[in-house]
Ligand binder design. Sequence first.
Ligand SMILES: Cc1cc2nc3c(=O)[nH]c(=O)nc-3n(C[C@H](O)[C@H](O)[C@H](O)COP(=O)(O)OP(=O)(O)OC[C@H]3O[C@@H](n4cnc5c(N)ncnc54)[C@H](O)[C@@H]3O)c2cc1C
Length: 501
Amino acid sequence: MSTEQRRRHHVVIIGSGFGGLFAARALAKADVDVTLIAKTGQHLFQPLLYQVATGILSTGEIAPATREVLKGQDNTQVHLGEVTHIDLANKDVHYRLLDKRMVMNYDSLIVAAGAGQSYFGNDHFARYAPGMKSIDDALELRGRIFGAFEYAELCSDPEQLEQLTTFVVVGAGPTGVEMAGQIAELAYRALPNEFHNIDTRKAKIVLLDGAPAVLGSFGDRLSAKAHKQLTDMGVIVQLNSKVVDVNADGIEVERADGSRYFLPSATKIWAAGVQASPLGADLAAQCDTEVDRAGRIKVNEDLTLPGHPEVFVVGDMISLNNLPGVAQVAIQGGRHAAKTIKKRTHQGRWSDDPAAPFVYHDKGSMATISRFQAIASIGKIRLAGFVAWLMWLVVHLFYIIGFKKRLTTLLHWAVSFIGRGRSERASTVQQVIGRAAIEDIGADFNPLRGPQDAAELSGYPSDISGAPRAAQAAPNQTASDQTASDEPVPAQPQLAKPHLK
Ligand SMILES: Cc1cc2nc3c(=O)[nH]c(=O)nc-3n(C[C@H](O)[C@H](O)[C@H](O)COP(=O)(O)OP(=O)(O)OC[C@H]3O[C@@H](n4cnc5c(N)ncnc54)[C@H](O)[C@@H]3O)c2cc1C
């Protein structure tokens, strides 16, 4: 038997979110080698981030390790690293982990790097109003929300007390509504018996939006129901209200008539806009397409890039036929890309068959408002209340990965929704201050090296993420340090589990 290794078609996937993970799973039995590169080591179930922020779920329940999820797939490797550049001409992906830089060559590429928070050009708002996009965000918010009540317990000044117990959520889409609803449940139902000096039932939860409706995309009837459910539970809904400034003390708001007022608040949460990964602009600069205002790249009907049938972009990064930025678009897009690659690599041979266009099957949308209250829009069916909430529960449970995680999630839901408990509220000072501290210290700071080396490594050309590219060895580096900061090293292709013939 020949031991010669046959080099298989190599698929690189960027991102371990819905698009990336479902593409990788769909390639499990394919005659290809797969490398999934993501800047986080987990598959994050973003729709339940707000439950981590409000002490219902633990991070492990909504973010299983990608490596663990894919461990049964012999043809798949997982690399932790942030992709800084994709070289379409050479079919190379450049990525880094701390100061280690690598290059990975691909035959086919699936880019599913998602989107981040957008502050619509006011990035300085971020310091005082964190978004809700990552585990870091959710833990920071958890610390800020529970911390505000702790601070209030020690406070005797009425003005400061009001500021500490006023929570402002910006953005009345599903994320903002879910967040406002859960903070209201926390303040009015879960915490009242735990504090001695303050009455948490007097907390103010304000939901702000520049638009005229709550959950406007669900249509007038469901939007009105959601609005009523929110106000019934004590949330103050302020529509047609635009945020014009945010600082440590509160938020400045402009009404539709142009008048402005200042809303004192210690805890502000930004759930108002998204900006696609900068990798979209990196790709668009190298082929005949463009990105829209939200940074989403325009793709062909089959999800490939013009002139590059081997490159697929899926999920929140794409602009195609007004598809929404929801999990199902990413899941179905990832599967479509995988199916096309499987078809083209049939029996070990690459064929240039044209790909079928991507057809999105809309399975409907849902949003919860509080325990037992949700709205759902599925085809022509419109539901509000308990039945919609039950459907929401079943669907979300279905997409949580792993039997054990489903079980513990169900237990936590029972504790919080039938009981009043919030059992997952551990938070640390580092979680609250870490983001601002990293911002101040600079993105190039490497905790494994220290500030002196970071300063010496700065001043080199930046790649798209603002990080130094191909830094030279600093004088005090050891030989092994040098390897880490030299020219990007070609990463080993996918033959760790060789395919023999
Ligand atoms: C708070 C919140 C609530 C939501 N609720 C719902 C809901 O109820 N229903 C619904 O359908 N949708 C919901 N969504 C939207 C849904 O989560 C997204 O549409 C979906 O996650 C998009 O999948 P994706 O694969 O495109 O991106 P993501 O899931 O965001 O995954 C992106 C991946 O790329 C990685 N990555 C990013 N940049 C790089 C880089 N440079 N290098 C390497 N890796 C990188 C990330 O680490 C991540 O693994 C919600 C989103 C949020 C934030």
